[in-house]
Design a protein around this ligand. Structure first.
Ligand SMILES: Cc1cc2nc3c(=O)[nH]c(=O)nc-3n(C[C@H](O)[C@H](O)[C@H](O)COP(=O)(O)O)c2cc1C
Length: 215
């Protein structure tokens, strides 16, 4: 049976992205878009991004992670270093992150290289997390591995909760951040009649080359 969803269709017309508005450094455009959306949007997870890695068989794997810090140096998220994504990054640190901000009809795709953050950055962020999230990180010590049941993980959580009721929870060594250092950005702004604006920035000899792409 085929479900016909071909009538799901939306027109885009809210904004445009013109050459006169482009900064030399794409970081500033990302920052402006992010700040604007974060301030005005009802959407709570504006920092949710799809991280795509390539596994050892050459397959791409995308999943959502949360952006926690960004600067012109790179984009930082946190995870378990034993997870599938981390093992993939260890073998091939070429990754992409992408954001879809539906309310603003915008997409940003960033390609770059992922590097582990310093212990200090990982520890500082870990220490800022609520206790439940800290415990969760310890419970899922081998993120992405097969587990027996949900019950298994809940029991483990409750046991650790008792154990750490009066003890400080320190960052597990296999939990920390990755910083993605960008080599390319693409900004997409939805346009009427599918004539979207697509602006690509590529890093070349420490400068950013700007091109407009066919929608
Ligand atoms: C909204 C949302 C936010 C998430 N944030 C994170 C995150 O910051 N870090 C993380 O490791 N996983 C996060 N996840 C879970 C991942 O999508 C994924 O299931 C998990 O990291 C295991 O991925 P892997 O097996 O490909 O390594 C998030 C999922 C969602 C839906």
């Amino acid at each position: 049976m085929i479900r016909d969803i071909s009538k799901l269709r939306k027109s885009y017309s809210k904004n445009s992205l013109l050459e006169k508005d482009l900064p030399n450094d794409p970081f500033f455009l990302f920052d402006n878009w992010f700040k604007e959306i974060n301030l005005k949007s009802d959407k709570t997870e504006v920092n949710a991004m799809t991280l795509t890695t390539i596994d050892s068989l050459g397959y791409p794997n995308g999943r959502i992670v949360l952006l926690k810090y960004y600067s012109s140096d790179g984009f930082i998220f946190f995870t378990n270093y034993n997870s599938n994504k981390s093992l993939s990054i260890q073998q091939n640190n070429k990754v992409s992150i992408s954001f879809f901000w539906e309310e603003y009809e915008r997409q940003v795709i960033i390609k770059g290289h992922a590097h582990k953050t310093s212990e200090e950055v990982s520890t500082n962020y870990f220490n800022s997390r609520p206790k439940g999230s800290k415990l969760g990180a310890i419970v899922s010590e081998n993120q992405s591995s097969v587990i027996k049941s949900k019950d298994f993980i809940i029991k483990k959580f409750n046991k650790l909760k008792d154990e750490f009721s009066k003890k400080e929870i320190t960052r597990p060594k296999n939990w920390g951040g990755f910083k993605i250092v960008p080599i390319q950005y693409e900004f997409w702004q939805g346009g009427e009649n599918r004539l979207h604006d697509r602006i690509r920035y590529c890093k070349m000899d420490n400068m950013w080359k700007i091109d407009r792409l066919s929608p």
